[in-house]
Design a protein. Structure first.
Length: 149
C-alpha cells in the first residue's frame, strides 16, 4: 500500500491554525493597545477580510479534499475521516490537477458510479521541491487509467 496523498496533519490542521492564528494576532494586538474604548480603526477591517478570504480558501480548496489516498495497484483507497471508498482504475474517467497558483497541488479524479452518475474525488499531493516538471503521481495515474482494458 503506497500513500500518494500529502500530509494530512500539515495541510489540514497545522497550516490553517498558523494562518488563522497570525491573522487573529493582527486583529487583536491593535485592540489591546487602545487606552480607552473608541471607535475601531478602519485598518482593522483588513484582518477581518483576510480571515474571511482564508476561510473560503481552506473550505473550498483544502478541507473539501480526501485526507489520505493509497495506491493498491488495481484500485485506489480514498479515506476521509472514518469513511473509506475504493475506486478501481477501470472506473476512472478523467484526471485533472491544479497547474499553477496552488500549493500543494490538487489532483481531481472523476469516477463512474454504478448508477451511471459521476463523482469527483480530490486529494492534495505530497511536497515537491521542483514544480517545473509534471507531477509523477499524476503521470502514473493517467497512464494507468488510459491503458485500462
Amino acid at each position: 500500500m503506497k500513500k500518494i496523498s500529502g500530509s494530512f496533519i500539515c495541510t489540514k490542521i497545522v497550516t490553517p491554525i498558523l494562518a488563522f492564528g497570525f491573522t487573529s494576532l493582527l486583529l487583536i494586538l491593535p485592540l489591546l493597545g487602545m487606552k480607552e474604548p473608541q471607535m475601531p480603526h478602519p485598518i482593522l477591517l483588513l484582518p477581518v477580510g483576510l480571515i474571511i478570504v482564508l476561510y473560503a480558501y481552506f473550505k473550498l480548496y483544502v478541507w473539501s479534499t480526501y485526507d489520505d489516498v493509497y495506491d493498491e495497484g488495481s484500485f485506489l483507497v480514498f479515506k476521509k475521516k472514518r469513511k473509506i471508498r475504493n475506486v478501481y482504475i477501470d472506473d476512472i474517467l478523467t484526471i485533472t490537477h491544479s497547474i499553477k497558483g496552488h500549493y500543494p497541488e490538487k489532483i481531481s479524479i472523476v469516477v463512474r458510479n454504478n448508477d451511471s452518475s459521476h463523482d469527483t474525488l480530490s486529494f492534495l499531493t505530497p511536497f515537491r521541491l521542483s514544480r517545473i516538471t509534471t507531477n509523477p503521481i499524476l503521470v502514473d495515474l493517467r497512464n494507468r487509467a488510459n491503458n485500462k482494458h
